[in-house]
Ligand binder design. Structure first.
Ligand code: HEC
Ligand code: HEC
Ligand code: HEC
Ligand code: HEC
Length: 156
């Protein structure tokens, strides 16, 4: 064979061998074993267990109801029923098992995250009642007047 044919041929063989060698060492054994149910078989079976092993951080308020009935009842009877307890108290993680208290944040910032009027037209007209933090009872914690679980002052 002429060298101008032989050289590219050898190069091609070396490249293909490198590719196969790389695959052999780096592609996990359980890759693509699921057959045609998965597009092109490009799927690693073990990833299902990997995902299952990740602990769930947010548990949802139905769980809280079991032990904090009072707060749950207030919350559900208010407009805050559409937000989660964990939105203000942080992810519960294993709180129900360890009963380590969750965070209680009484800062104005907690509420202003959702209730600060934004400086553009339409912000005040949104469904979410907005206040101007520079005007509305400056220097006081919101929870001194509004019950965070049932924030309307009308039924007080
Ligand atoms: C298995 C019962 C149980 C469940 C379920 C539970 N908690 Fe608790 N929680 C407790 C206990 C016990 C304490 C510590 C005693 C206390 O202060 O009431 C506590 C404390 C807290 C505190 C701090 C109270 C304080 O005065 O410092 C917050 C906030 C809280 N839980 C929120 C939640 C939220 C939100 C959920 C749902 C995601 C939840 N809890 C689910 C039992 C539970
Ligand atoms: C809008 C934010 C917000 C939401 C939503 C919220 N909380 Fe709270 N929670 C607070 C704040 C702020 C306090 C502290 C109130 C205070 O001490 O004046 C508090 C206090 C508590 C306490 C301590 C006891 C008490 O009543 O002061 C518990 C327990 C609690 N919350 C559980 C819950 C549970 C359960 C839910 C969901 C059903 C929930 N919270 C939803 C902000 C919130
Ligand atoms: C995660 C976003 C969020 C946070 C944080 C939050 N709110 Fe709200 N708030 C809402 C939503 C959503 C509504 C209901 C809007 C509607 O349906 O009209 C609401 C409604 C209200 C209302 C009107 C209640 C009524 O019955 O008209 C008040 C007052 C209020 N919140 C005060 C507070 C206070 C005080 C805090 C802090 C302790 C707080 N909010 C934290 C989302 C939030
Ligand atoms: C001194 C008591 C007091 C404090 C502190 C206070 N508020 Fe209010 N808030 C009121 C009263 C009273 C009203 C109803 C009359 C009005 O609109 O001024 C109200 C109204 C609101 C409304 C409008 C409710 C609606 O249905 O339109 C929102 C939202 C609100 N407050 C959020 C907050 C937030 C967030 C904080 C903390 C940054 C806070 N408030 C601090 C007394 C208070």
């Amino acid at each position: 064979m002429k060298t101008h044919v032989l050289r590219p041929l050898i190069l091609a063989i070396v490249l293909v061998s490198c590719h196969l060698l790389f695959r052999h060492f780096y592609v996990p054994d359980d890759f693509g074993v699921n057959g045609k149910n998965f597009t092109f078989g490009f799927y690693r079976a073990g990833s299902i267990d990997d995902w299952k092993a990740i602990p769930v951080k947010y548990k949802g308020k139905e769980l809280c109801a079991e032990c904090h009935e009072e707060q749950y009842e207030s919350n559900m009877a208010s407009k805050h029923s559409i937000i989660q307890c964990e939105n203000c108290h942080g992810p519960a993680m294993d709180h129900a098992e360890t009963e380590e208290p969750l965070t209680i944040d009484k800062s104005r910032g907690l509420c202003l995250r959702c209730h600060a009027a934004l400086p553009y037209p339409g912000s005040q007209r949104s469904e979410l009642p907005a206040i101007d933090p520079e005007e509305h009872n400056v220097g006081m914690e919101c929870a001194e007047c509004h019950n965070p679980h049932k924030p309307s002052l009308e039924d007080m």
